[in-house]
Design a protein. Structure first.
Lengths: 376, 270
């Protein structure tokens, strides 16, 4: 509750005495604030005396109120005076800086961006990101060539470790996703093809779609979710822990030491996983064929072998190789772009997955156009 | 543990007019100093004054905005920066603030890493060297532990063993006592002092721990945030007892009030 207060005018000189009473605390300052706002807005006021003799308690809010009053008086050229400061309050006032002028407060409000500025900033950031990606691809390529001349520099032990992490350990999820995809495609196709007695063409649709398009694509998306995120988080954490700096000052080529094993591992395991995904999807289609379309597994597989050409398989694997390298590079790049905070690791890990998937789709579109142009 | 050989030259590090920062924002301006062979120079100052930024410039992790750094005579800030850095990297070791051990490798593998990468020593000799280095820092029994399994002090000692793996002539340490209890910090200081005295390793130690400064420093370089540069250079006892600069006195006597103007009394009573 606000205590009683009084403002008195002293002898028509424009000198006012403000004498709050009761507590000057968080609960009461807002009412006092209104009082002194009125005082300050009165042009007749030339001097203000704040009489604290009746104040029983002061907390931080009261202190800030008094400081605010002092500073506003100074700004409005009103003489200001504190009177009858109770002795117990003095140490607190000294601690709170009531005895010295307030430093100008730095602005805490961010300067807002308009839509055009935001668009410009995002464009510049995107262009910078693309530039960094191109530079990074260049540095990996430069690091790759000496490794070809000195195979020991491929770090086979690390490559195998990442093959296991990104390849073998991804097999269950790749199987599950591809199997279900083959199953779903076969079911959907069966509904239509059964009407024409063309059940056997389910095998053609499933095998071609998986081998040429969906097998590489789904595998790459799984790799993006698993490996790109893992690489970004691993390298990002190493950056936060100064491990990357330590390797640099020890003279290690970070690209060769940290990046190459991951890129090589994914370049190796990606196409293998794609083959596995193709087989799993075809198996899914075969299950539907056998259980719902009266197709024997043998006739289904015979049709698959008849329809698939080596070009179909190789074009899918070529795509898969490109997607895998892309996923590994984006994951590693995002890791290296991590700043020294845990928050940054999280953001870069997310960015690794999102960027990878975007680039996979983009690359797939490019492949589709190229294959169409070259009639592959 | 290090290389017991006379240093090839007296001036190991020379920074001239060094301005360093992030982006275009300088943290330190126009810093000039020299570190001679065999010295332990501590770079000290309050938090945020640019100690770690200076260290990064000295070891080539960031490129200065202006000025030059010469390590053993090689200019690591000139046009041939990469070649100069390549030439000095075998001669310097860095002990990072939190060790920066590779988390996926055991302590022994961490220490062996530079030996395997930059020497053609046989594996058995590398294993013996690793054992020797770890024994020197008192971690021989922990060779196969992973960094995460060690305490902060042990990680620092293991990182010291790795930093000394290639017998550097200059050792840079970034806040070696940070986060350690006084006894562990003192043990680490003793270890650094031993390496310096026994092997003549020149050291640049970034720290703001007064106990460490007094224990190991032959000379101090004091940085200040508001000055954005060096405000004092000298032996720790001289800076502590004879400096006229209130910022230096405040730091060494742990009395921030020495830096403030006399507190005025509260407004007079009416």
């Amino acid at each position: 509750m606000m205590g009683p207060q009084s403002t008195t005018e002293a002898g028509g000189t424009g000198r006012r005495v403000w004498a709050p009473s009761g507590p000057l605390t968080l609960k009461t300052v807002s009412d006092h604030w209104k009082t002194f706002q009125n005082l300050l807005s009165d042009p007749a006021v030339k001097a203000l005396v704040v009489d604290l003799s009746g104040v029983e308690a002061v907390d931080s809010a009261g202190l800030v109120l008094l400081k605010g009053l002092r500073d506003r008086c100074a700004a409005a050229s009103i003489a200001y005076e504190l009177a009858h400061v109770p002795e117990p309050f003095r140490p607190f006032f000294v601690f709170g800086g009531l005895d010295r002028p307030t430093h100008e407060k730095p602005s805490t409000t961010r300067v807002g961006e308009n839509a055009l500025e935001r668009l410009g900033r995002l464009t510049m950031e995107t262009l910078q990101d693309i530039g960094e990606l191109i530079e990074f691809v260049g540095s990996v390529t430069v690091a790759f060539l000496p490794c070809c001349l000195h195979p020991k520099r491929f770090r086979l032990k690390e490559v195998l470790y990442y093959v296991q992490r990104s390849g073998s350990e991804a097999m269950p999820i790749v199987f599950l996703v591809s199997f279900l995809m083959g199953l779903i495609m076969a079911f959907q196709a069966a509904v239509q093809l059964r009407q024409f007695g063309a059940n056997i063409f389910v095998a053609d649709l499933v095998s071609l779609a998986l081998t040429r398009e969906l097998g590489p694509l789904m595998t790459a998306i799984i790799l993006a979710g698993r490996s790109a995120a893992a690489f970004a988080a691993e390298i990002g954490t190493m950056k936060v822990n100064e491990e990357v700096d330590a390797l640099t000052v020890m003279g290690f080529n970070v690209t060769e030491f940290l990046i190459m094993p991951k890129v090589n591992a994914l370049a190796f395991s990606g196409p293998l996983l794609t083959l596995f995904a193709n087989a799993s999807g075809i198996f899914g289609g075969m299950v539907v064929g056998a259980l719902g379309l009266d197709l024997t597994p043998a006739s289904f597989l015979t049709e698959v072998v008849a329809i698939l050409s080596l070009t179909d398989v190789v074009s899918g694997l070529a795509k898969s190789l490109a997607f895998s390298i892309l996923v590994a590079m984006v994951g590693c790049l995002r890791g290296l772009q991590t700043e020294k905070s845990a928050d940054s690791v999280g953001r870069m890990t997310t960015s690794a997955v999102v960027s990878s998937i975007f680039l996979i789709i983009l690359a797939d579109a490019v492949f589709t156009v190229l294959f169409h142009v070259f009639d592959i | 543990m290090g290389a017991l050989k006379p240093p090839a030259e007296d001036v190991m590090i020379h920074a001239e007019g060094l301005t360093v920062g992030y982006g275009e924002r300088p943290v330190l301006k126009d810093v000039t100093f020299t570190v001679h062979a065999g010295e332990i120079v501590t770079v000290l100052g309050g938090s945020g004054c640019g100690k770690s930024t200076l260290l990064k410039a000295l070891i080539g992790l960031i490129r200065p905005l202006r000025g030059s750094v010469r390590i053993r005579g090689a200019c690591i800030t000139g046009s041939d920066r990469e070649a100069a850095l390549e030439s000095i990297r075998r001669h310097i070791g860095v002990l990072f603030q939190y060790g920066a051990l590779l988390g996926s490798l055991s302590i022994a593998d961490n220490v062996a890493l530079p030996l395997e990468e930059f020497t053609d020593l046989p594996r058995s000799l590398i294993a013996d060297l690793v054992h020797f280095k770890l024994d020197t820092v008192g971690l021989a029994d922990y060779a196969h532990f992973m960094p995460a399994e060690l305490s902060g002090g042990m990680r620092k000692r293991a990182a010291l063993a790795r930093a000394m793996a290639l017998d550097p002539e200059i050792l840079f340490c970034d806040e070696p006592s940070a986060g350690l209890d006084p006894i562990t910090a003192a043990e680490l200081d003793e270890l650094l002092l031993e390496c310096n005295r026994a092997l003549g390793i020149t050291m640049v130690v970034i720290t703001h721990e007064l106990a460490s400064i007094e224990a190991i420093a032959t000379r101090c370089i004091m940085l200040d945030k508001s000055a954005q540069g060096i405000i004092a250079v000298g032996r720790p006892e001289d800076l502590k007892n004879h400096s006229a600069d209130p910022r230096v006195r405040a730091f060494f006597h742990r009395q921030p009030s020495l830096m403030r103007p006399e507190a005025a009394s509260v407004a007079p009573e009416g």
